[in-house]
Design a protein around this ligand. Structure first.
Ligand SMILES: Cc1cc2nc3c(=O)[nH]c(=O)nc-3n(C[C@H](O)[C@H](O)[C@H](O)COP(=O)(O)OP(=O)(O)OC[C@H]3O[C@@H](n4cnc5c(N)ncnc54)[C@H](O)[C@@H]3O)c2cc1C
Length: 237
């Protein structure tokens, strides 16, 4: 059985309204093997039966701590965002999951994110950039309004540093007269096609609410007619 480890919250960062990043310090002697894109499962010591999964927003090259980025939503999401503070302690089960970036020669990655579902893709982009990989990665990120974009500055910095990394946002609920000059509307086939150079060697990732992931799956499987082996999905509910 996997054992939980108690970790101290080292830092809490407000990313956007209702979304915070928690940095969890590894205890002395803890040095796990894990992969970028995995999630940890956490609980509060006073409620050991209520466990929830959170994708790592840091990458496997970040040692000494985990970072997760949590939206204020539901019981656990609300408790974390409203109440967590530096110095608090959380119980953490080891990283797990198969939502892993395929950094193989000749592969291209298209990552479709809905709302807070962008969190694992920061890890993907960080690792590829730090390792100097030439794997093309496009993050296509759907939010309701421009002020909901998480990690905007870091994604922009990674895109400047890494010419193989592209970061684009679409806003689904921006007012017609709002000063947003970027893309509007939902994830579309046309948008995917703009980034699709070699369909047979592209790996697609979709992360976010069930509804968002379902839309993404439908585009890849039923409109691009690609096999499900080329698609990895992480549904958050
Ligand atoms: C692999 C994985 C990775 C994840 N990674 C992240 C992450 O990186 N960041 C993140 O923020 N979340 C992530 N999640 C989601 C996270 O695990 C929690 O589910 C989330 O924080 C909500 O907390 P909860 O499950 O306690 O919510 P619950 O209280 O169980 O509620 C679940 C959902 O139902 C809704 N709901 C609850 N009660 C009602 C009601 N009466 N009427 C209508 N709707 C209601 C809530 O708004 C919420 O959307 C991940 C989930 C999985 C499976």
């Amino acid at each position: 059985m996997r054992t939980a480890v108690e970790m101290e919250v080292e830092r809490v960062t407000i990313e956007v309204a209702n979304t915070k990043t928690l940095r969890l310090r590894w205890p002395e002697g803890y040095d796990p093997e894990f992969r970028t894109g995995q999630f940890i499962t956490m609980y509060w010591a006073d409620a050991p039966d209520y466990k929830r999964a959170y994708s790592l927003s840091s990458c496997a090259l970040d040692r000494g701590h985990f970072e997760i980025t949590v939206k204020r939503d539901g019981k656990m999401g609300t408790r974390l965002v409203d109440w967590i503070k530096a110095g608090d302690r959380l119980m953490v089960l080891p990283p797990a999951g198969r939502f892993l970036p395929v950094f193989e020669p000749g592969r291209e990655l298209i990552c479709m994110a809905g709302g807070s579902g962008v969190t694992p893709f920061r890890g993907f982009a960080r690792e590829a950039t730090r390792r100097g990989l030439n794997t093309p990665i496009a993050v296509l990120y759907s939010v309701r309004t421009p002020d909901e974009v998480i990690f905007h500055d870091e994604f922009q910095a990674l895109a400047s540093e890494n010419r193989h990394f592209k970061f684009e946002v679409t806003c689904t609920r921006v007012e017609p007269e709002a000063p947003w000059t970027g893309r509007r509307g939902r994830l579309t086939l046309e948008w995917l096609a703009e980034h699709l150079r070699d369909p047979a060697h592209t790996v697609f990732y979709a992360c976010g609410s069930n509804a968002f992931v379902h839309t993404a799956e439908n585009l890849v499987l039923n409109h691009l007619h690609l096999p499900k082996e080329q698609l990895r999905a992480e549904k958050w509910g």
